[in-house]
Design a protein around this ligand. Sequence first.
Ligand SMILES: [Cu+2]
Length: 405
Amino acid sequence: MESSATRSLPALTSHLGKLDPCRMSHPPEPKPGELSIVADSTVFLCGAAAAWRTSLFSLGIAGIRPYTGKAQHAMKSLGALVLVALAAREAAGHAMFQDLWVDGTDMGSQCVRMPRSNTPVTNVGSPDLRCNAGTRPVNAKCPVKAGSTVTIEMHQQPGDRSCGSEAIGGAHYGPVMAYLTKVPDATTADGSTGWFKIFQDSWEKKAGGGSGDDDYWGTKDLNTCCGKMDVKIPEDIPDGDYLLRAEAIALHTAGSAGGAQLYMSCYQITVTGGGSASPDLVKLPGAYKASDPGLLVNIHAPLSTYIAPGPTVYAGGSVKTAGSSCGAGCAGQCKVGQGASGTAISVKPVATAAAGSGSAAPAGAAACTVQQYGQCGGNGYTGCTTCAAGLTCRDMGGGYYSQCV
Ligand SMILES: [Cu+2]
């Protein structure tokens, strides 16, 4: 995991872009002196009403520093307290696709290449665009019948599946999409093979809305449907292993190039009962450019149209209209802990290369090794508890959350 306490200040400020965090990320605007934990993982103290724009403080690992002018030393200790509290949690607002349902059966996170943190990918030219930064294959595949429906599930915090908080918070509006790539073995594939888009829930104009923020978006649907979205697996694609890439894009800082935030996870699946279709393919990276109208767009102004990045949806796939109901399928009906849960096809641990860049574990390492800042324990946590070499699993306070440090 990465929190404000573990990220450098330059990284935080570049992530924020040029926008005013107290204004952009947390409607309603904070009151004078109120703490605002913004979507972009920085803690801000928003200043006096008349001057709140110019008296922001951001917290970095080095402590509090004025956003501009006007030091408020009295606030430092309060800020330090919040910094400590935040260290135990992922960045607020950000999110990860973590779970998968197959035809209404809960497969949990058995088949997902879990992102190391909920921090977005912003460089669309990076191999990280495939399956997120530094992720590693897992030793399981979820069996899926061609023509059936899988349900991708996103939440802000690792291991959280509750419906009490937004799936992706902080006014992170944008499209939700899913892609497939056919691979020889989903437990070793690196995502360099060709991809095709099978699903999209993008944008619809909201009558009477003022700006793009007011419109209907895929990520708003994710929030409405407890992080879940139904994705049809085309019935005519060939049998075999695939990586299923689920992606949500947040456009709140997309007014400048590189400002769009991309959140993706790859699920490892094995498809049976399919056909012999050969959809047109794109490469990742390659399919997106920072200048794409779907990635370089000011959604705080009125939009007359919005074009999601990437290719059109394959004819055998599906499209959800932004703002439509969660539906009669799993996205609207499935509840964690009620109904069937399934077991993935597990395979022998194999030494594999990571998709994308980042810290691949050494060959032969245990499948579940937790990397630096990853979760390794805490309330209700059932995942891996083995930290990578040289790291120890530390309780960040109160037993709620432990991470490898
Ligand atoms: Cu963000």
